[in-house]
Write a protein that binds this ligand. Structure first.
Ligand code: HEM
Length: 310
C-alpha cells in the first residue's frame, strides 16, 4: 500500500500481542456530539503518542465508535459495511447483541501504565459519557485461552495483518479504519476440565500441549477451527485478525474475543458457522462450554478521519 495515500491507522488495531489489556465500554450522554467529536480525536491522538512514549513496553490502543451511535456522532458519512452486531441463537447457543456507543481498548506490557492511561481517558471523557463496562485482560501462560489451548496461532502475520484488518480503496473515505466485533465469553471451566484432553482437542481441532493442527481428514466437522475456516465464493480464505485475551477473576472468567477486519462480513459468516453450523447441523461444540455475554459492533476510524470530522 502506498504510504503517501494511506491515512494513519490507530496502531492498536493491528498491534502484536501484549501482556495486559484494559477494555472500556461507554455510552454517550445526549446532545454532546459537538464536544464528543474533538474529544474522541484527542483521545485517539493521545493513545497514538503514548505508543511512542511507552514503546519499550509495547503500549498500543484504539478508540472505536458503536454501530448504533455512528450516525449520531458522524451524520455525514458512514462506513459502507457498518451494521449492528449480528445477534443469533440456535438451541442453547446464544450470541446476543449488547451494543455500546464507544469502545476504548488499551494494551501494554506494564499494567501500571494501563491503569494510569485508563484513568486519564475517563477523565478526558468527563461529562460526555457513562462508563458501562470495564474488563482487564491478561496473557495466560504461553498465550493460551483459559481452556488451556494456545489462541492466535493462525492469525495473519507481518504486513498481512494490515491487509486483513484495514479498509483499503474499496471505501476510500474510511481507508485505514477497521470493523471491530467484541464478544465477552464466560467459560464453564469446571465442565470443560472434566473432559478428557483428547475430547478437548477434538473440539478445538488442534493438540493441547504442543498446539499442532489436526490433519484435515481428522478434523471433526464440529471442531472450532473447522467451523471458522471459511472460503468465499472465489475460493479465497475469509480472514479476520483476532486480538482476543483472557479476562476475569475466579468468579467469572473467559475470553474477550475481539475481531478486527477490513469488512464486517467475515466475522458474521464465521459466527453463523459456529452457532447455526453447516447444512447438516454441524455446529461448533466449543459453544457447549462457553457463553457469550455481550456482542458489540464498532468501527475504529483512521486518526485522519477523526481529525477531519471534528
Ligand atoms: C482459532 C479459541 C471464538 C475465529 C482458534 C484457536 C483457538 C480458539 C484455541 C486455535 C488456535 C489459533 O489459530 O488461534 C477460541 C475461543 C473462543 C473463540 C476460546 C470463544 C470462547 C471465536 C469466534 C470466532 C473465532 C467467535 C469468529 C467468529 C477463529 C479463527 C481461528 C480461530 C478465524 C483460526 C482458524 C484457522 O485458520 O485455523 N480459536 N475462539 N473464534 N478462531 Fe477462535
Amino acid at each position: 500500500m502506498d504510504s503517501q495515500v494511506m491515512p494513519r491507522e490507530q496502531l492498536g488495531v493491528c498491534a502484536e500481542g501484549n501482556l495486559h489489556s484494559v477494555y472500556l465500554m461507554f455510552n454517550a450522554n445526549d446532545n454532546v456530539e459537538s464536544d464528543m467529536r474533538p474529544c474522541v480525536a484527542t483521545i485517539a491522538q493521545y493513545i497514538h503518542e503514548l505508543t511512542d512514549q511507552y514503546s519499550d513496553s509495547a503500549f498500543n490502543g484504539f478508540v472505536a465508535i458503536g454501530a448504533n451511535y455512528w450516525d449520531t456522532l458522524y451524520p455525514n458519512a458512514r462506513p459502507e459495511l457498518l451494521k449492528p452486531f449480528p445477534a443469533m441463537n440456535r438451541d442453547n447457543r446464544d450470541a446476543p447483541a449488547i451494543e455500546f456507543d464507544l469502545f476504548v481498548q488499551i494494551r501494554c506490557d506494564r499494567f501500571d501504565i494501563l491503569h494510569l492511561v485508563a484513568n486519564e481517558v475517563c477523565q478526558m471523557f468527563e461529562g460526555l459519557v457513562e462508563l458501562v463496562d470495564e474488563e482487564r485482560g491478561f496473557r495466560f501462560l504461553d498465550s493460551r485461552d483459559l481452556t488451556g489451548f494456545v489462541d492466535g496461532t493462525e492469525n495473519p502475520k507481518g504486513r498481512s495483518r494490515q491487509e486483513v484488518a484495514l479498509v483499503g480503496d474499496e471505501d476510500s473515505k474510511f481507508k485505514g479504519g477497521s470493523y471491530i466485533h467484541v464478544q465477552k465469553f464466560t467459560h464453564n471451566l469446571s465442565k470443560w476440565n472434566r473432559l478428557p484432553v483428547k475430547k478437548q482437542e477434538d473440539i478445538i481441532g488442534r493438540t493441547k500441549a504442543d498446539n499442532i493442527e489436526y490433519a484435515s481428514a481428522d478434523k471433526p466437522l464440529t471442531s472450532h477451527i473447522k467451523r471458522v475456516n471459511l472460503k468465499d465464493s472465489e475460493g479465497k480464505s475469509m480472514e479476520i485478525l483476532r486480538q482476543s485475551m483472557p479476562y476475569g477473576s475466579v468468579k467469572e472468567q473467559g475470553l474477550m474475543f475481539i475481531s478486527t477486519c477490513r469488512n464486517s462480513v467475515h466475522f458474521e459468516k464465521m459466527l453463523e458457522s459456529m452457532i447455526h453450523g453447516d447444512a447438516e447441523g454441524n455446529h461448533d461444540h466449543l459453544m457447549h462450554f462457553t457463553q457469550a455475554l455481550t456482542g458489540s459492533s464498532f468501527f475504529a476510524p483512521s486518526l485522519d478521519f477523526m481529525h477531519s470530522a471534528i
